[in-house]
Design a binder for this molecule. Sequence first.
Ligand code: ASP
Ligand code: MG
Length: 422
Amino acid sequence: MIEVFKFGGASVKDAGGVKNLANIIKLNLDKKLLIVVSAMGKTTNNLEALTKAYINQTKDIHPIFSSIKAYHEAILNDLFDDKNHPAFDEIANTFVEIDWIIEEEPNEDTDYIYDQIVSIGELVSTKIVSAYLNHSGIFNTWLDARSFIHTDNTYREGQVDWDRTCSAIQGQLPQILSDTIGITQGFIGGTSENYTTTLGREGSDYSAAIFASCLHADAVTIWKDVPGVLNADPKLFPKTTKYDELSYAEALEMTYYGATVIHPKTIKPLRNANIPLKVKPFLAPTEPGTIVKDEAQIPAEIPALIVKENQVLASFSTKDFSFITENHLSEIFRIFAKKNIKINTMQISAISFSACFDFEEAKFNRLQEAFQLEYSIKYNTDLQLITVRHFKKELIDEIIHDKVVLLEQFSRNTAQLVLKSH
Ligand code: ASP
Ligand code: MG
């Protein structure tokens, strides 16, 4: 019985979180466990800020770096009474890798630099967790995810080489996990030249799914600060309901439309290997949470509400008044694909094509350049896209009552609304 547990940044944001993680492991010592851990708290954001400061050579680079180190140092201090514990040196030495990078001029590709710096967050968090677990009598082996998760060299968005990854995992991990608990990093991988890559923000869930799939694990549990998968973000809606179970398909739809509780890439490998995914509250580890599996009740009576902010709705109209044909469409989609812009929802009329997507200024400018010769472009920014799965009319009315609806689309199960505040 092998299980993979994934702990996100919020679950290990302080010493209390690390101790809580240890307690959760203690409750599960009957299983063979691989533990995947993210960077602590907001470390990834802070390392991103550090990377930016380094690339732009701004003065805040040293204060940002010092505060990242101080944050981890404080956690170590809270965890270890013995200030000579080797973990202190080990963490300091890991951070030295950043010193080596920032001593030099930023001449390398910026995405490459990003991955070399940002990945340190996962390396230090797992070293701290591993040292603390050993110190508490939970013997474990720290594993470098970069020698298991093999990717190409698309920095910041490493594409997994499944064959190499699974053979590395299958060749070494079952043996290790039969003797000890494995502790490894989410989010990071390695290229064939041994450079570090990252899999995209919030990618640790995906890492857990990759390990589980190659190990043919019995389950993956994502430990979260919510009771399970809720039908809406509790930060945005006061009343939410937890799903007891969801099908893979339903969970996939929810993540596709922007539910952030599970990383979108997580479901596919688990579904294909038929591995159930549990989402459980790290503060109440014996509660059942939500289970995502093959045959689950579709919760038609609990509508899922997914909100995406910072949307742009752009419409592209043919300048010569020609109808939008399949030829236009294939050209339009080719441009979107080339500019790496994912369309969240769209609509077509006689002479125009409208698409709603995440607003990123530089990308959007490049998109407009590509279209401006043949199309006139109109757009609105600062919009909200709300997707409702299993919608009811009253709920839609409630959502739109104080908003302007710029685009709406209804299918049997899904409603999508592009909204502007008054
Ligand atoms: N630490 C990374 C991030 O914050 C990966 C993750 O948490 O899943 O994006
Ligand atoms: Mg995170």
